[in-house]
Design a protein around this ligand. Structure first.
Ligand SMILES: [Zn+2]
Ligand SMILES: [Zn+2]
Length: 384
């Protein structure tokens, strides 16, 4: 299909750079979602606004199967340091993950598909608050999939280091679950010179931390990737080096690619904390906060996306790609609906500009590849 017959790349590049200049954080995408909704209304699509505050869903209705295409819209709380002419105009906020590009590409795809409708229904899902604020979960909780039904669902994210005419899409785990945990040891404070008169939560914490990595090393299947990291520890006061404190709190993150490993990690951190507390004669509180499930590409949806990637990129398409220990809340969509998540090249990594770097920018050269992929995926998913 000659996409350039339907899309004005120059106008879309201008739009992408305008979104870049006006970054908005999760659930605050007021301007962005207004632009998105107006654009989709102009195309004559059914548009529903205000799902999860600033989310927008547009529908191109047809007979037969249905497919969901998802783009995220939010920016990050980060000061942009680059000198591009379209640098962020808002202090402390920037599009450092390329969601400005994701939004633009899905609008471009909506233009093409409206002008050349596929056999079936396409739902264009513009999600707020992907960056840790829970936009996808909130959309599902607010009944997204009662309002629209999707037989398959797809996500697309830019990837620095791949060429802009490259798309990578692999079956199985792509992104890890991303959870938080907190352990609090509660002892009885005492004079540092008289430890036998209290109960020592500092020493309990030491035992807990040195044993923590044995959960991965001894209890998790060695063929299953997993990470547990302690990232915060608080207890005592450096101005009171003769006091054993009442309390120490330790917190961190946990990553996994399967439900079983995720469950086991939650259970075993708790076991270890409880066992340590009992042995050391202190009390403990344990909290495991499930944030994002893993993104696991469904084999059927992957095949559809791979076919689309090959038809867009030819030999440049990659059908295997290493998973990342980062997370994406697209998982809340693909855990209920067969889905696949693809990577779109963002070109060479210049000046260290990776995701969430203050010098990062979405590469407009990738716009056409991304739009073409969306169009092919929709056609392929609805034809299958
Ligand atoms: Zn990000
Ligand atoms: Zn992102």
């Amino acid at each position: 299909m000659n996409l350039q017959k339907y899309v004005d790349l120059e106008a879309l590049t201008k739009l992408r750079r305008d979104l870049h200049q006006h970054p908005e954080l999760g659930f605050e995408e007021i301007r962005t979602s207004r632009i998105v909704a107006d654009y989709l209304l102009e195309l004559g699509l059914e548009v529903e606004e205000g799902i999860a505050e600033t989310g927008v869903v547009a529908t191109l209705r047809g007979e037969g199967r249905s497919v969901g295409l998802r783009a995220d819209m939010d920016a990050l709380a980060l000061e942009e340091t680059s000198s591009i002419p379209w640098v962020s105009r808002l202090p402390g906020k920037m599009h450092a993950c390329g969601h400005d590009g994701h939004t633009t590409m899905l609008l471009g795809a909506a233009t093409v598909l409206s002008n050349s409708p596929p056999k079936g229904t396409v739902h264009f899902i513009f999600q707020p608050a992907e960056e840790g604020r829970g936009g996808a979960k909130r959309m599902v909780e607010e009944g997204l999939f009662e309002k629209i039904s999707c037989d398959t669902i797809f996500g697309l994210h830019n990837m620095p280091g791949l060429e802009t005419n490259q798309i990578a899409i692999a079956s199985g785990p792509q992104l890890a679950s991303s959870d938080s945990w907190m352990v609090e040891f509660e002892g009885k404070s005492t004079h540092g010179a008289k430890p036998h008169l209290g109960s020592d939560c500092i020493t309990a914490s030491g035992h807990f931390l040195t044993t923590l990595q044995t959960i991965i090393g001894r209890l998790i299947d060695p063929l299953q990737p997993a990470v547990i990291s302690a990232c915060s520890i608080h207890g005592g006061d450096p101005k009171a080096l003769n006091v054993i404190p009442d309390q120490v709190s330790i917190g961190g993150t946990a990553r996994a690619y399967s439900i079983d490993v995720r469950n086991r990690i939650e259970e075993e951190i708790g076991h270890l904390a409880k066992g340590t507390a009992e042995t050391m004669g202190v009390k403990m509180n344990y909290e495991y906060i499930r944030r994002i499930p893993p993104v696991v590409n469904h084999p059927d949806a992957t095949k559809i996306a791979q076919k689309a990637a090959v038809s867009v990129c030819g030999k440049q398409a990659l059908t295997s790609f290493p998973p990342s220990t980062a997370g994406d809340d697209f998982a809340f969509f693909s855990e209920t609906i067969p889905g696949a998540y693809a990577w779109l090249g963002n070109g060479p990594i210049q000046d260290g500009a990776l995701h969430h770097n203050s010098n990062y920018d979405f590469n407009d050269q990738a716009l056409l590849t991304g739009i073409s992929f969306w169009v092919e995926v929709a056609n392929e998913a609805l034809a299958s």
